[in-house]
Design a protein around this ligand. Structure first.
Ligand code: FAD
Length: 468
């Protein structure tokens, strides 16, 4: 059997590419080394972390947020194993869903590790050692990413005391003290989960800001909110040692600019310093597939590697390591392979931090616009002035819109607040259509909604908001 496309890896990049290619009439095979489909995202990433974020938020809310609404409840008790069972059931329903979609779209799935043995030929080594060879016109590398360590620090991740995000979604008890190394999205999300469940969480971050790369004003305000929730921060600080001692660990932290080091005690150390592309065992060297200086598979604007017939998408290539970016690349590549014009607009890829409040962003930050020398105007609106936010006691945060000073075209949108991850999409759609802040400000928004703050921020960008 020869396939039109063989896809190695079934994360959001691979499985979406497979479904889209099959929908477009191509004969597709997928290879997955896990026993379930869905990759990092569905198995140990986006989905389980969101199940725990939601459950821990409900727990925290029941303990702290109900009284002011006139609901008097006795302090909730945590049943962590039941919360983990909810997370596991959520994962199962999602990964089973992908298996169903593969069957529905007549996609052949091979369980095992895929290796490119020659152009158009891939071997699959199953867990029992059995090797199958399959052939196809096109091969897609969608092997994703893996946990990165701490530069210069030798680490033994045991997923009990020194953990990656994978251990961070599966602890069997709430640690008294948790040190999170890395103040990026994953560290802050999982730090929030364990903080809400009762851990004292301390974040150590190399940069002078959390959420590096996000709009500076947003990350500063967000840090204040997390600090109010009880999370401690050591910024401009580097971890130079992590040592297991007794049942816990000692973490050595030094100021980046030099100075005295401190040693922090932790029951659990979560290493969330980022992720690295996963290409091990794929046979890329022998196949002659080039990597870039950061170990990512090098591709052109159409996902082609330097070897004809071999393509790559998702976390294993350049760009933000986000599930929806991988999915969109999967769709675009399937369209290209089917002879259509696939395209991803990298200028409009939203990113969301699913804490409470949420942080959501699309397009350029103020820092990026300044660096590019683009003249811009800013419109902001706080949720304290939004009626629905007041009714829900969700007044933390604001909406910020950045538009070109001359043309008024919206160049970026940033939201901190309850439901920010949903609200960001109206700014994304507007940007996709090249819309202006006036277009957004003149669009009728239902009242009372949190989204009215987006409209008001747009009004503030080209003229004045009404409610402030
Ligand atoms: P992956 O999802 O990593 O899938 C790659 C698959 O390839 C894996 O299943 C792997 O087993 C398989 N594979 C690798 N090598 C081989 C081989 N040789 N043979 C066969 N199979 C192979 N992103 C978001 O957008 N939103 C979020 O909320 C979010 N939350 C996250 C939370 C956590 C804790 C983590 C760790 C990540 C999160 N991410 C989130 C990032 C997201 O998971 C990734 O961007 C996304 O999974 C990348 O998709 P992918 O298809 O490129 O690779």
């Amino acid at each position: 059997m020869s396939y039109d496309v063989i896809i190695i890896g079934t994360g959001p990049g691979g499985y979406v590419c497979a479904i889209k290619a099959a929908q477009l009439g191509l004969k597709v095979a997928v290879i997955e080394k896990r026993t379930t489909f869905g990759g990092t995202c569905l198995n140990v990433g986006c989905i389980p972390s969101k199940a725990l974020l939601h459950a821990s938020e409900m727990f925290h809310h029941a303990g702290h947020g109900m009284d002011a609404l006139g609901i008097e409840v006795t302090a909730p008790t945590l049943n962590l194993s039941k919360m983990m069972a909810h997370k596991d059931a959520t994962v199962k329903s999602n990964v089973d869903g992908v298996a169903f979609l593969f069957k529905k779209n007549k996609i052949d799935a091979f369980q095992g590790t895929g290796k490119i043995v020659a152009a158009g030929k891939v071997s699959v080594t199953a867990d029992d050692g059995k090797v199958t060879e399959i052939e196809g016109k096109n091969i897609v590398i969608a092997t994703g990413s893996d946990v990165a360590g701490i530069p210069g620090v030798s680490l033994e991740i045991d997923e009990k005391v020194i953990i990656s995000s994978t251990g961070g979604i599966a602890l069997d008890k709430v640690p008294a003290n948790m040190i999170v190394v890395g103040g990026g999205v994953i560290g802050l999300e999982l730090g929030s989960v364990w903080s809400r469940l009762g851990a004292k969480v301390t974040v150590v971050e190399y940069l002078d800001t959390i959420l590096g790369g996000m709009d500076g004003e947003v990350s500063k305000q967000f840090q204040r909110m997390l600090a109010k929730q009880g999370i401690d921060f050591h910024l401009s600080a580097k971890v130079t040692g992590v040592e297991k001692v007794g049942n816990g660990a000692k973490v050595t932290v030094e100021p980046v600019k030099g100075g005295d080091k401190v040693v922090l005690d932790a029951d659990v150390v979560l290493v969330s310093t980022g992720r690295k592309p996963y290409t091990a065992g794929l046979g890329l060297e022998k196949a002659g597939v080039a990597l870039d200086n950061r170990g990512r598979v090098e591709i052109d604007g159409h996902f082609k590697t330097n070897v004809p017939g071999i393509y790559a998408i998702g976390d294993v290539v350049k760009g933000p390591m986000l599930a929806h970016k991988a999915e969109d690349e999967g769709v675009a590549l399937a369209e290209i392979l089917a002879g259509q014009a696939g395209h991803v607009n990298y200028d409009v890829i939203p990113s969301v931090v699913y804490t409470q409040p949420e942080v959501a962003s699309v397009g350029k930050t103020e820092e990026e616009l300044k660096a590019a020398g683009i003249a811009y105007k800013v419109g902001k609106f706080p949720f304290t002035a939004n009626g629905r936010a007041r009714a829900m006691l969700a007044t933390d945060g604001f909406v910020k819109i950045l538009a070109d000073k001359e043309t008024d075209r919206v160049l970026g949108g940033h939201i901190v607040g309850f439901g920010a991850g949903e609200m960001i999409h109206e700014i994304a759609v507007l940007m996709e259509f090249g819309g202006s802040s006036e277009d957004l400000g003149r669009t009728c928004h239902a009242h009372p909604t949190m989204s009215e703050a987006v409209k008001e921020a747009a009004l503030a960008t080209f003229f004045k908001p009404i409610h402030m």
